[in-house]
Design a binder for this molecule. Sequence first.
Ligand code: HEC
Ligand code: HEC
Length: 372
Amino acid sequence: MNRVQIFITAVLLFSIQCFSACNVNDELEPPAFVKPLPDITPTPYNINYPTGLLWPRLKIPANNPLTVEGVALGKKLFYDNILSADNTISCSSCHAQGFSFSDSKKFSFGVNGQLGIRNAMPLFNLGWFEDPTLVKGGHGFFWDGRISTLENQVLAPIEDPREMNQNLAALEKELRAHAEYPALFKKAFGTDSITTRLIMFAIAQFERTLISGNAKFDQFKRGEVQLSESELRGLTLYTTEGADCFHCHGNDRSPFFTDFKFHNNGLDSIPTDLGLGGITGRAEDMGLFKTPSLRNLSFSAPYMHDGRFKTIEEVIEFYNSGTKNGPTTDLNIIKNHPKGGLNLSPQDKLDLIAFLKTLDDYSYISDIRFGK
Ligand code: HEC
Ligand code: HEC
């Protein structure tokens, strides 16, 4: 064959192969189970959904089904320093179980002691932030909603120079040469090749299993425990114009305690961090941040995207008397603060905090399925 013939044959072969194998959705072409080795059948992982409140079923991507082996691999990677450039930092360095998978610092340290620019978010009930019926515009993850799927989220910290600062080709090489990983990837995905895509898939699987739904409030909704007088008064303040939290953090029938939207809750009249606006470029999005869930607050201090409040008391006092009005401040903040405050009594504040603490899920931070 001369060069032209070789070229034509190659093109033909490629197009035949593509005709049978190319996926319309290139971005999410299935790597898992493409050529499962005959002796490998990963075990399906069944999620035990919490009860009490109404938990919608997760919409798990068809090309990355949860398997026992995939979740176990994702967990091992999550806890492994190998993911960072100098092998000093793992996901758990900034997302530790005892802090509801956050890190108790205002800003986190990445490799070489570099300081980050936002507060590490606690991790739980993440899979629902991929559901397009709950999250609009694909703005599921991070304070500014810049990422829409857990698979894609994984790369951000690994490559971020302030966090793990890792080169992906170098990481693949390290994992391929590792004593344990090749066999674990094979068990989970039935393939001999370790790729970045499979790293993303495994960690995303583990993240989807991080479900927290066994707080006192869930037990109350299941009829197992009573709430105290103070907790019940706090619940009423939360769900009414009294404290007006439900407008953004959701009502007490939804298990998530967020509206899955973005707001400017009045931290600054002129925001220094543009939040969602930095991603969309739209004037009305400037200074808007993802409404965080109010579950597990006792474990995840400090609070807000910049970790400015050290205690729940400070947060309540902020909503009570410290919100600022700017061009994008949410109407639910402005209309309730016409005279500069919610006007909560000292007892109201105690009640509201008592209620918020019923959302702490102690079993979540000690569940060995999620721990190292
Ligand atoms: C150096 C600290 C650090 C490391 C290491 C780190 N994270 Fe994060 N993580 C953060 C910070 C800070 C944010 C918020 C960033 C932002 O909003 O811009 C975050 C946000 C997230 C979120 C978004 C949560 C939400 O509710 O939107 C997920 C998921 C996450 N991290 C998972 C991981 C995984 C998986 C790893 C390991 C591959 C990891 N993180 C490594 C600090 C870290
Ligand atoms: C206008 C919508 C809105 C209202 C009303 C609102 N919040 Fe928030 N809340 C947010 C947003 C958005 C954030 C994140 C802001 C940021 O970091 O810039 C937040 C953050 C928080 C945090 C910090 C959580 C964390 O993980 O850092 C707590 C706690 C909180 N709110 C509690 C409350 C309580 C209690 C009320 C009622 C008194 C309330 N919120 C009312 C939108 C709202």
